[in-house]
Every structure is written in C-alpha cells, then in structure tokens.
Design a protein around this ligand. Structure first.
Ligand code: AMP
Ligand code: MG
Length: 184
C-alpha cells in the first residue's frame, strides 16, 4: 500500500539508562515517546505530544533523571508499552505514514522492544533518518547531534533537551528547514 503522504510522524524516544552497563536483571526500555506531526504541504511541524511509558524490566536511575528530567514517579503514571503502540497506530496511523527520527536509535529500540515482548511493530518500513539527511544536505564531514544541527541553523533549542516531545518538535524544525530550502 502506498504511504499516506499528508503528514510525516517524527518520533523521539527516551529510555532508561545508566552511566555504564545496566544493573543486573535490568535492560534499557522506552519511558517516553515524543511525537510531532509534520505537515508535508506547508513543511511545518503541526502538533506535539508526549506519551509516558511504564518500564517493566528496569527503573529510572538518578543518572537517567539527570539526562531526561524524568523520574520513576512520573513514568509510574505512564501507560504500558503495548497501549502506547496502539495509540501510535490508532491516533497517528503510524503504519500508514512515513515516519522519521534523528538517527537510527529510535527505530532500533522500537524493533527490539516490540520483538522481545511480542508486540506488533507500530510503524511502516518507510523510515527517514533526519540525522543523515542533515549531514548530507550540509555536506558535514560527520553527522552531528540534534543540538549541534540547531546551532548550525542558528535556531534556538525550544523546550527541554532530552524530553521526547520537545526533541521531536526540534527535530521537526530541522526537517522543516531542510525541506523548505530544497523547495525554494
Ligand atoms: P535523546 O533523544 O538524545 O534524548 O536520547 C535518547 C536516550 O538515549 C535517552 O533517554 C537515554 O536513554 C539515552 N542517552 C542519551 N544521552 C545519553 C548519555 N549521555 N548517556 C547514556 N545514555 C544516554
Ligand atoms: Mg530525546
């Protein structure tokens, strides 16, 4: 089936993490899914959303809170990963649309987590890597992080870095710049 080309869904996840390896019997899991819809006609970000997800096999470490600001108490009020995947499909039609993220990490983590829990993968195979796209468009010798890309474009980072919703929004602003430049 051809992709529905009205919006692109831009995704940025946050996950449990540690300074080094995970402690025994824990593994990195998605704790936030940031979702930004991007209007293809205008090449502008449209909506921003954040879904908090309860981890099942790990806990939010102090180190993780330092990076993301997310606490165990906050993610305890989230929803199960399976329900979050259902929202992506039902509300965002994530299997019918092109989706994008900054790098391959978000895609890899979704694939891994869906596989290990026997949850249907909520996305189409039509994935755009905006990190690589940005590096190519700018002829960078090496791909840069999201904050670095905003700096190159002289765009201020809006919201809180390492929060899924805000990261997805900022990635959409980078993507908007790429697309509008290409169309001019
Ligand atoms: P980001 O989208 O850049 O906020 O990163 C996504 C996830 O990658 C975070 O939620 C962490 O799980 C992990 N991460 C990001 N930066 C670091 C870091 N410096 N050390 C360990 N994990 C990190
Ligand atoms: Mg992030």
């Amino acid at each position: 089936m051809p992709a529905k080309l009205d919006h692109i869904i831009i995704i940025d996840i946050e996950a449990t993490c540690w300074e080094k390896n995970p402690p025994p019997h824990q593994e990195s899991e998605i704790i936030e899914i940031g979702i930004c819809t991007f209007d293809i006609a205008s090449a502008k970000p449209l909506t921003k959303d954040s879904i908090l997800v309860q981890p099942e096999r790990s806990q939010v470490s102090e180190f993780c809170t330092q990076i993301t600001t997310l606490t165990q108490t906050q993610v305890d009020q989230g929803i199960p990963f399976r329900d979050a995947c259902a929202i992506l499909q039902d509300k965002y039609l994530s299997q019918k649309r092109v989706w994008a993220s900054y790098g391959e990490y978000d895609k890899n983590q979704f694939q891994k987590q869906c596989q290990s829990r026997h949850i249907p993968y909520p996305f189409s195979s039509n994935h755009l890597n905006i990190k690589t796209l940005f590096a190519i468009v700018q002829a960078l010798p090496k791909a840069t992080g999201m904050a670095g890309a905003l700096e190159i474009l002289n765009l201020p980072l809006e919201g809180t870095h390492h929060r899924g919703g805000d990261d997805a929004w900022n990635i959409a602003r980078i993507f908007s710049h790429i697309i509008l430049t290409a169309r001019n």
